[in-house]
Design a protein around this ligand. Structure first.
Ligand code: NDP
Length: 334
């Protein structure tokens, strides 16, 4: 059982020195437990936060522990009444080939010809839940709103924009590069895109969102957040989903310089953690699966083939913007 463990807390971008590659015998399930052979590992920007010491919404990964990761796999041994050999399940299995579990938090899934397994880590998994609750609950989206989303060609952002279109909003996406911008407009139906690498976000928003921004769904923080703050409409909602531009920063950001826009526009800015909506995942997943089946929403997974030892490199793709859609590591079976 190959594993990737956290060897040291990183400063800045996590290099090879923060990881330990280890191997252990494949676990046997104890009474009431099961063993999963992992086929897919989810790559999440949040992993960078889990590597830091200190208080957060979830305890940090301990030094020496297998790195925390969501994944998908097949039950290969079971002494658990609810899980049989051959069941496919998602759960927090870690960066390893096999995981032992008591079944807590595991979800059975049923991929098909129409739904590849990795989609359960994308639209039909945490990514979809984050977009759904962030936009509809925290963002309190209303028909006719102008929605701006950053990280718009990423896993969460690409779903947010499509959900906002389904709900009757005007949608502007901010993403890095012409290709990503073309994809969200031409394939996903966004109304406009801004390439933050080659364009001035604040200036472009004046034409892309002439009446102001009613909902800003922020995945990136930093300068882009600051630029959008200057364009808020009266009563706007700013959804703080993430701030990937800050996760590897070695010093604290100066902070949004334009936050007084919240006062002027009687707007609110609210952070959220998707786990708080766990008791409603079932309903949201049903609705998302319905839109998927009707072809009203697309899920794109960016699947990298490799072994668990490739995890440290694949993770960094998120911070370089090398993924489009949901980044997943598919483990080659030995
Ligand atoms: P993505 O698929 O969006 O991947 C990350 C993307 O971020 C990259 O593709 C890149 O796209 C962009 N990016 C990277 N560095 C920068 C930068 N310096 N400035 C601007 N953009 C950058 O990841 P996810 O969809 O999984 O996650 C998106 C956000 O949602 C993250 O901030 C994550 O932490 C957050 N999140 C929050 C949850 C919650 O419960 N609150 C749950 C899940 C995710 P580009 O090429 O466009 O730069």
């Amino acid at each position: 059982n190959r594993q990737v463990r956290l060897a040291a807390r990183p400063t800045g971008t996590p290099g090879p020195e923060v990881w330990d590659h280890t191997s252990e015998p494949v676990p046997e399930p104890g009474e009431g437990r099961l063993v999963v052979r992992i086929s897919h590992i989810s790559l999440d920007p949040a992993m960078r936060g889990w590597m830091n010491a200190g208080r957060s919404y979830i305890p940090p990964v301990e030094i020496g522990a297998v790195m925390r990761a969501l994944g998908l796999g097949e039950v290969v041994a079971s002494q658990h009444p609810d899980f049989a050999v051959g069941d496919l399940v998602t759960g927090t299995f870690g960066v390893q080939e096999y995981a032992e579990s008591d079944g807590e938090g595991l979800q059975k899934v049923q991929p098909s010809d129409a739904v590849p397994p990795e989609r359960y880590l994308a639209l039909l998994g945490m990514t979809g839940m984050t977009a759904y609750f962030g936009l509809f609950d925290v963002g309190a989206l209303r028909e006719g709103d102008t929605v701006v989303v950053s990280g718009a060609a990423g896993a969460v952002g690409s779903v947010v924009g499509q959900l906002a279109k389904i709900a009757g909003a005007r949608v502007v996406g901010i993403a890095g590069g012409a290709e990503k911008c073309a994809w969200i407009v031409d394939e996903l139906g966004f109304d406009a895109a801004i390439d933050y690498r080659s364009q001035d976000v604040g200036r472009e928003l004046r034409t892309a969102a002439p009446d102001g921004v009613d909902v800003y769904f922020d995945n990136v923080g930093g300068e882009i957040l600051d630029a959008v703050l200057t364009r808020l409409s009266l009563g706007a909602r700013v959804v703080i989903c993430g701030a990937i531009s800050q996760y590897n920063a070695e010093s604290a950001p100066a902070g949004p310089a334009n936050y007084l826009s919240l006062l002027v526009n009687r707007a609110r800015m609210q952070g959220f953690v998707v786990f708080d909506y766990a008791d409603r995942y079932g309903d949201a997943a049903k609705e998302l699966a319905g839109w998927l089946a009707e072809g009203r929403i697309h899920s794109r997974e960016d699947v990298v083939e490799g072994t668990v030892d490739d995890f440290p490199d694949v993770l960094l793709r998120l911070f370089r913007g090398e993924n489009t859609g949901k980044l997943v590591l598919r483990l080659q079976q030995a």
